[in-house]
Design a protein around this ligand. Structure first.
Ligand SMILES: Cc1ncc(COP(=O)(O)O)c(C=O)c1O
Length: 464
């Protein structure tokens, strides 16, 4: 890659330009940005080299938080050895998909074998499958502070969002409010609902509040008298911002015409310690395959008992309904099961429960979140000290997602973002680009090692 001349530019102005709205001057405002030159002075990849186990190995930019204690580090290293994906490189794409532990892979394979051994279709296997579904709803409920009857097993986050989106009793003229940081699949669903039912929608500018401002006030201003639903992520997948969900829900519910709240929880389940009833949210759609490190294809939807009475199933099948003695449909299941449809890959259930048990064996949800914060803040501090990079956030992160710009002549360079991700992936270090804002995203998990964060920082420094 080729670089051009150095430019002095305020990162404050940069963030304002690329995130919008009004920002407070940041600690790095007015710093000098050096040129970027991938491929020059390459110092070799970090990808497949052994990961140093010395957590004190922060090189030129010490992180503020204390290093993880060594006995705990030993335990983590043993724990990590169960993940094939973590043996071959440095993984920073947890927000895309989490790696699976051998114990989860084995549970998946065992469940398939069990189904084949018992049936695959028999009274015994059908009973076992029903128990598996119950056990999985129960395991998810314990993670989310709720009860199994509030949960629907889904395939992924997007299906979980589609259930309330299509299930609401829409009337022409209703309004849906989204944030400007929602996932394209969810936006597309809202657009199609608008086309079919004459429902309007608008977006409110929350991306800029990552560096100041009040998301609750922004939402308050954007809600309309005819607003029926707010669609919002708990953690933004692009900036990593954690939204004040309880305050947002309270605002929506206290309006003269209460607004229901659908939360895209793709980046919050498995990151934040959660108590969904305490948050008061109506709908919370999540997946097992990201931060929970479960198999792809199994997620869930939380619906409060009050909201359950409002939405209707769009897809129905034998799992959604009750039947009479002749097998004829008599109604819907009295709980979240009414949104489950028919035959699924039931072996996924055991895989996800094994993944959850494996995480819990390492530490509580609170301990995992604290470690994620320690690591993401360490990475953010490293990035903040590199003149050719600019973290999207002006202040240390409050989630595991760390987004940053690669600067060329003081401006974010989409070309450099793509080249950086490709260069690192060739070396066995996995990050991703994002389009809005155009940047690079690195995710840290409690499974991440301090030495991996430092090695990534070293590599990014060497690429300047
Ligand atoms: C915020 C957000 N929503 C939705 C999705 C889509 O997730 P899924 O494939 O589980 O539907 C993602 C995936 O990265 C995401 O980050």
């Amino acid at each position: 890659m080729v670089s051009h001349g150095a430019t002095v530019r305020s990162t404050h102005a940069l963030r304002r330009r690329y995130l919008g709205a009004t920002l407070r001057p940041g600690p790095f405002a007015g710093r000098s940005l050096a040129p970027m030159g991938f491929g020059r002075g390459g110092k070799g990849g970090i990808g497949l080299e052994p990961i140093p186990l010395d957590t004190a190995a922060v090189t030129s930019s010490p992180a503020p938080a204390p290093d993880f204690a060594h006995p705990a580090l030993d335990a983590l290293i043993r724990h990590r050895q169960d993940f094939p994906a973590l043996q071959r490189g440095h993984y920073f794409n947890y927000g895309g998909q989490g790696p699976m532990a051998e114990v989860a892979l084995a549970a998946l394979a065992d469940a398939h074998r069990q189904i084949q051994t018992m049936g695959p279709f028999s009274n015994a296997v059908n009973q076992w499958i029903r128990e598996e579904l119950t056990r999985t709803r129960q395991a998810m409920a314990e993670e989310l502070g709720t009860t199994a009857n509030t949960l629907t097993l889904t395939e992924d986050v997007t299906v979980g969002c589609n259930i309330p989106l299509w299930g609401m009793p829409w009337q022409a003229g209703d309004h849906i409010l989204l944030s400007d940081c929602e996932h394209p699949g969810v936006i597309a669903t809202v657009q199609e609902i608008g086309r079919r039912y004459g429902v309007t929608h608008s977006t409110c500018p929350l991306m800029a509040t990552v560096n100041g401002g009040d998301p609750v006030a922004v939402i308050d201003q954007a809600l309309r008298p005819n607003s029926r639903l707010l669609v919002i992520s708990h953690i933004f997948w692009n900036t990593g911002q954690v939204l004040p969900l309880k305050a947002i829900v309270d605002l929506c519910h206290q309006r003269a015409n209460p607004v229901r709240v659908l939360v895209d929880a793709a980046q919050s389940v498995g990151v934040l310690p959660l108590d969904l009833p305490a948050l008061g949210v109506d709908f919370y759609a999540f997946t097992g395959h990201k931060w929970w490190c479960g198999p792809a294809g199994l997620g869930g939807l939380y619906v409060t008992p009050a909201a359950l009475e409002v939405i209707h199933p769009t897809f129905l099948g034998w799992r959604s309904i009750t039947t009479d003695a002749a097998g004829h449909p008599t109604g819907w299941q009295p709980n979240g099961q009414r949104f489950e449809v028919a035959t699924s890959d039931y072996a996924l259930q055991a895989g996800l429960r094994a993944a959850l048990a494996h995480q819990a064996a390492w530490g509580t949800a609170e301990a995992r979140y604290q470690r994620i914060l320690h690591l993401s803040q360490r990475l953010w501090h490293h990035l903040s000290q590199m003149p050719h990079l600019c973290p999207v956030r002006q202040t240390p992160p409050d989630s595991g997602l760390v987004s940053f710009w690669v600067l060329q002549d003081g401006e974010p360079s989409p070309t450099h973002h793509r080249q950086l991700v490709e260069t690192l992936e060739a070396e066995g270090t996995f990050l991703r680009t994002l389009q809005s804002p155009n940047c690079v995203r690195a995710c840290v998990h409690y499974l991440t090692l301090e030495s991996e964060v430092d090695a990534l920082a070293d590599r990014l420094r060497a690429l300047a």
